[in-house]
Design a protein around this ligand. Structure first.
Ligand code: NAI
Length: 345
């Protein structure tokens, strides 16, 4: 998709962070933008931010309070967009997301239902509700496109990121399917996989729904403070929105923006793919290759050439626990099957 002016965008999670950055970027590109989010106060603030950023008329920004996991309400939201803007979106961007961290063996059904519900099931809802409408209205007549915000977490499953990584990996595969499926209609699909975004996701636990609050993870003001400090070092949402726009314009199915250099990121991804391939080898062969690969990868993180390390920039202050913060990714103290070292102290 190359021409945005005068067309319609529907952006989930558009009241905050990455989704708000995308709403600003596509509004400035001349689109009528509908933002859907579960938080009314954040929606109200976002609408004025979008208008003052892009200078558009208030009629060209529509805010919809919506829990994306509610299919009936999502369908009504799609009807509302058609009523107000005169058609379904040409550009569907599904960016709403939440996360929660803790040892996978401590997870509860609520942890999975919340995180997978918003990060994956709601994406399915959006695609099933909007894509048939988009094909009928625009197939081979006008440009249209679907995009989803996934994560680098889609490519790497950590022991404390289970529901999130699983949901994001599923989102990636789903978007590869749509990229192929939409070609005969003259449309495309993109999945955006950022590393770290300067957003409000560190506060997500605050609005975890009442009926899904039985978590197996240790969650506190302190863990949220630590997460907020990490995300404060992430990419600016508007910059990320511009990167997504460029990815859509150039027909990229996967967009991998990050503060790391392209080569560092590529080496990391090559390493992960090779790890999977290596399971075709015997155990000793696999260990030898893994050691060689680790040594190769570390070269990319070495100090600048010719230096003895003195000139190397300090590592970003990303992963420390700030004053008043607490380590995240730990289990609730009362779970009697979880290793003591994995529980909150
Ligand atoms: P954010 O918290 O600033 O924005 C997410 C928005 O989604 C919030 O406004 C929230 O109210 C909304 N939302 C949550 N549950 C909802 C529901 N059931 N229905 C409707 N809206 C709902 O967070 P951020 O970081 O901007 O997240 C956007 C996307 O980026 C997410 O999919 C996240 O997984 C992804 N991402 C974030 C990274 C980060 O470092 N913050 C890194 C990689 C990916």
């Amino acid at each position: 998709m190359k021409n945005f002016a005068g067309k319609i965008a529907f952006i989930t999670g558009g009241a905050s962070g990455a989704g708000l950055g995308q709403a600003k970027v596509f509004s400035k590109a001349g689109m009528k933008v509908a933002i859907a989010d579960v938080r009314q106060d954040a929606l109200d603030k976002a609408v004025s931010e979008i208008i003052s950023y892009s200078g558009v008329d208030s009629d060209d920004v529509l805010s919809i309070k919506l829990d994306l996991t509610d299919r009936a309400a999502y369908t009504q939201a799609a009807d509302l967009v058609e009523d107000v803007f005169g058609g379904p979106p040409h550009l569907l961007i599904q960016t709403a997301g939440v996360n929660s961290f803790g040892p996978i063996e401590a997870s509860t059904f609520d942890d999975f239902d919340w995180v997978v519900g918003v990060c994956f099931n709601a994406v399915v809802n959006g695609l099933l509700i909007f894509v048939p409408r988009m094909i009928k209205a625009y197939g081979n007549k006008e440009e249209f496109h679907v995009a989803t915000t996934s994560s680098m977490g889609a490519f790497m499953a950590g022991s404390t990121t289970g529901p999130y990584s699983a949901a994001k990996a599923a989102v990636n595969n789903l978007m590869y399917s749509y990229a192929e499926a939409l070609k005969p209609y003259g449309a495309g699909a993109t999945v955006l996989c950022p590393g770290n975004i300067n957003s409000n996701i560190g506060n997500a636990e605050k609005y975890r729904p009442e009926n899904l609050r039985n978590t197996g993870y240790h969650v506190s003001e302190g863990t949220m403070k630590t997460l907020r400090a990490i995300h404060a070092t992430g990419i600016d949402p508007v910059e990320l929105g511009e990167i997504l726009k460029e990815g859509i314009e150039t027909g990229r199915v996967i967009v991998l923006p990050d503060h790391n250099t392209g080569e560092q990121r590529a080496a990391q991804l090559r390493g992960q793919n090779a790890t999977i391939e290596d399971y075709c080898l015997t155990a000793p062969e696999r260990e030898e290759k893994a050691a060689a690969r680790m040594a190769e990868m570390m070269k990319n993180f070495a100090p600048p050439a010719g230096g003895d390390g003195k000139d190397a920039p300090p590592p970003p202050p990303m992963w420390g626990v700030p004053e008043g913060g607490e380590a995240f990714g730990q289990a609730r103290r009362d779970l009697d099957w979880v290793d003591e070292n994995k529980k909150a102290k």
